[in-house]
Design a protein around this ligand. Structure first.
Ligand SMILES: Nc1nc2c(ncn2[C@@H]2O[C@H](COP(=O)(O)OP(=O)(O)OP(=O)(O)O)[C@@H](O)[C@H]2O)c(=O)[nH]1
Length: 705
């Protein structure tokens, strides 16, 4: 094959491989030297179609594109362009449009620049065109979103300069788009926050990880606003980070709501002080920092004394005023950095940090501070138009390190505060371990006492009451608690707690019911049917508004003769409210119940108040009986009590009689009833019944004990 043919073949192969369709026109003759027929075939036309009326490509070109092609040819022919290029749509036989491109060039120009030949290629660019359209659509879509977004959108180059800023950011920035573009955040608007923000952008460039930032800016109108900005790395086709985009939204409103929520969640609305929740948080910090620096800290609980009375007498609003003023005074007493919180009610807490590293010295520092608090809170208060005085009880616990939990610390400060209350209020107490042991004993007692009634752990002991002829006329019922872990427990060990917790009411009722059942049994037993039983009534029980009804209900339910029951009251119980005591006693007396004044002589009853009370019996306290043999004063007191009782027409009984000499002396003084070890210790009912039988015959001997 000749060299020329080989070259032609090579050219055809290359054109074929590149998908190019060659065309050539003789510009002098207008002859088409080479026609791009391939395009027709590609578009589905047949030889016949081409032969009929398709001698020119224009036959199938979209009519909008024809002028563009012609203009491009003209530009090239006239030398405006170095190459002819055009893109156009050609109609396929099936009617769809397909994109093609023409690249061509005038060849063999003569000396007048007149071209002889126009040669070029046509090739299919439909895929590329479609991609372009798609891309353009995407670009428009993106632009529409970004340009209309209420979010601020900024793109930064690798030097952190802004290369794009959307209208939202331009609208709020004082300098607008011109000030933003081409500058770094640290340059414009600059400042600490923007420099930190720029650092964050650099980090995204370095790591490629998304990041967030809260940026505070001053808007065009001079108002501060805060944006939450999300930074995202943007990469090129090779995965290289080329820019970072920051999308921000305004969280000014959100932040102010957050602040409000924080205010509500962590501060007491009445005083503005931190509340319990924030206090716990601060305490956690105090524990951690004292663990770090080895210094002692103190937790101080301050509870106002008798605040309830102020509330009840002057009203809640005045109570609120006091709480506010106390809050102000406490805040004024502490240094900056110390915490004053309100726990609720009338209870405040102070955390003092960075005290001495020596416990003794720290205690001294807190004591001095506590005295200051006491003195400050003791100053009179002006509450609207009332001038009032108020005192606090203060409990202190000193701590260092974080070995003790927050709950334990609070508990200890509370224990110390209650100890201050117990000491008479208006006092400071430091927590110590004995205090805690006492409290723990008490709370375990309280817990197990709650089980005592349902688990039938209480038992009644009977101690004989004897007349001057030595006949057992009755008994005082005494409560014992068969405590599983402690054995038989005397009332002194548990009655005060039962009183405080209110359990005494249920216990007292149980005692009365049990006694009535016993009396009912004895009603049918010869020698026991006339026995009297004395039952102790507790203060709490007596103060119940339905005390009378409770007693009557038990009497009616058990159908016992009320005349066989004596209720023993104490002086303080009745003196608290004499008219009420009298009215309760009178109702029950009408039913036949008798009343005795227990422990007489130890209280402060005046003769006039004693006279008013419908009492049947005075019971001389055993301490006086004991004193008879010891000193003259004892003798005089006992004589006076007996004389007084006789004068008031009351029976008198002496308790704690242990010797015959005491008994003889009492008889001499006309006291004709006795109770004491001389006649028998308190004993379970079956033993008491045996004693009754043994003692059935009057004699001078003691009961078996
Ligand atoms: N005015 C007012 N009273 C409150 C508020 N919160 C609780 N209290 C009352 O504060 C009183 C707290 O009384 P306590 O501490 O139990 O008793 P107290 O009378 O102070 O007696 P002691 O503490 O034993 O000295 C109760 O009567 C509550 O009803 C409040 O926000 N405002």
């Amino acid at each position: 094959m000749a060299e020329k043919d080989i070259n032609k073949e090579r050219l055809e192969l290359a054109l074929e491989a590149a998908g190019l369709d060659l065309w050539e026109n003789d510009l002098l003759t207008g002859e088409v030297i080479c026609k791009s027929n391939k395009i027709f075939f590609e578009l589905g036309y047949s030889e016949e179609d081409i032969a009929s009326n398709m001698d020119s490509i224009f036959a199938i070109v979209h009519h909008d594109d024809i002028p563009l092609i012609k203009a491009a040819i003209y530009d090239h022919l006239t030398g405006v362009t170095a190459q002819y290029r055009s893109e156009f749509r050609a109609r396929a036989k099936c009617g769809t449009w397909v994109w093609y491109a023409n690249y061509g060039k005038i060849m063999d120009r003569d000396k007048n620049s007149q071209g002889q030949r126009f040669i070029g290629v046509t090739f299919n660019i439909d895929d590329r065109k479609r991609q372009e359209v798609l891309l353009a659509a995407r670009e428009t879509e993106w632009r529409t979103l970004v340009e209309n977004s209420p979010n601020t959108i900024v793109r930064y180059d690798s030097d952190c300069r802004r290369i794009y800023a959307n209208p939202a950011i331009c609208a709020v920035s004082a300098g607008g788009k011109a000030a933003l573009l081409g500058r770094k955040p640290s340059e414009y608007p600059g400042g600490e926050n923007f420099t930190a923000y720029e650092k964050k952008i650099r980090k995204v460039f370095a790591t490629g990880d998304d990041a967030e930032f809260e940026l505070n800016s001053t808007g065009k109108n001079g108002k501060e606003f805060c944006s939450h900005i999300r930074l995202t790395a943007e990469r090129d086709l090779h995965g290289e980070i080329v820019s970072v985009m920051g999308v921000g939204h305004d969280i000014t409103e959100l932040n102010s709501q957050r602040l409000k929520i924080r205010e509500i969640a962590f501060y007491d609305p009445l005083t503005g002080l931190p509340n319990r929740r924030l206090l716990v948080d601060r305490l956690q910090h105090a524990l951690a920092s004292s663990a770090r620096n080895g210094l002692q800290s103190a937790l101080i609980i301050i509870d106002l004394d008798n605040f309830k009375t102020l509330n009840d007498t002057l009203g809640h609003d005045i109570g609120d005023l006091l709480l506010q003023q106390v809050a102000q005074r406490l805040t004024a007493c502490v240094r900056q950095g110390d915490t004053v919180a309100r726990m609720g009610g009338d209870e405040f807490v102070i955390i003092l940090e960075n005290l001495s590293d020596k416990t003794q010295e720290a205690a001294f520092q807190v004591e001095t501070f506590g005295e200051k608090i006491l003195a400050t809170l003791n100053q009179p208060y002006q509450l609207a138009n009332h001038s009032r005085h108020s005192t606090p009880s203060i409990g202190v616990v000193i701590f260092s390190g974080n070995q003790i939990s927050i709950e334990e610390l609070m508990k200890r400060a509370d224990i110390a505060m209650y100890s201050a209350k117990k000491s008479g209020r208006n006092a400071i107490r430091f927590f110590d371990l004995d205090m805690q042991a006492a409290v723990e004993n008490r709370s375990s007692l309280e817990e197990s006492m709650k089980q005592a009634l349902p688990q039938q752990q209480f038992v009644l002991f009977y101690q004989a009451q004897v007349d001057n002829a030595g006949v057992i006329v009755g008994a005082e019922v005494l409560l014992r608690w068969q405590r599983p872990t402690h054995g038989m427990t005397l009332p002194e060990a548990f009655i005060p707690v039962a009183e405080e917790t209110g359990l005494i009411v249920a216990i007292g009722l149980w005692v009365l019911e049990s006694v009535c059942h016993q009396l009912k049994v004895w009603e049918h037993e010869p020698g026991k049917e006339l026995l009297h039983v004395a039952v102790n009534v507790s203060a709490r029980q007596f103060q119940q508004t339905n005390f009378v009804e409770q007693i009557i209900d038990v009497l009616e339910a058990t159908e016992v003769n009320p005349a066989r029951i004596t209720l023993e009251l104490t002086e303080s119980m009745v003196l608290a409210n004499i008219p009420e005591a009298i009215s309760k006693m009178q109702v029950l007396k009408q039913k036949g119940i008798k009343f005795a004044m227990d422990d007489f002589g130890t209280g402060h009853s005046s003769l006039s108040s004693l006279q008013k009370l419908p009492l049947d019996q005075l019971k001389i306290d055993q301490s006086f009986i004991h004193d008879i043999a010891e000193n003259h004063d004892g003798v005089v007191i006992v004589q006076t009590i007996i004389a007084m009782a006789n004068k008031l027409g009351m029976e008198v009984i002496a308790e704690g009689v242990e010797t015959k000499a005491q008994k003889d002396f009492l008889i001499q003084q006309h006291c004709l009833n006795f109770q004491g070890y001389l006649f028998g210790k308190p004993m379970p009912v079956n033993e008491f019944e045996q004693a009754l039988e043994y003692w059935a015959t009057p004699s001078d001997e003691s009961l078996p004990v």
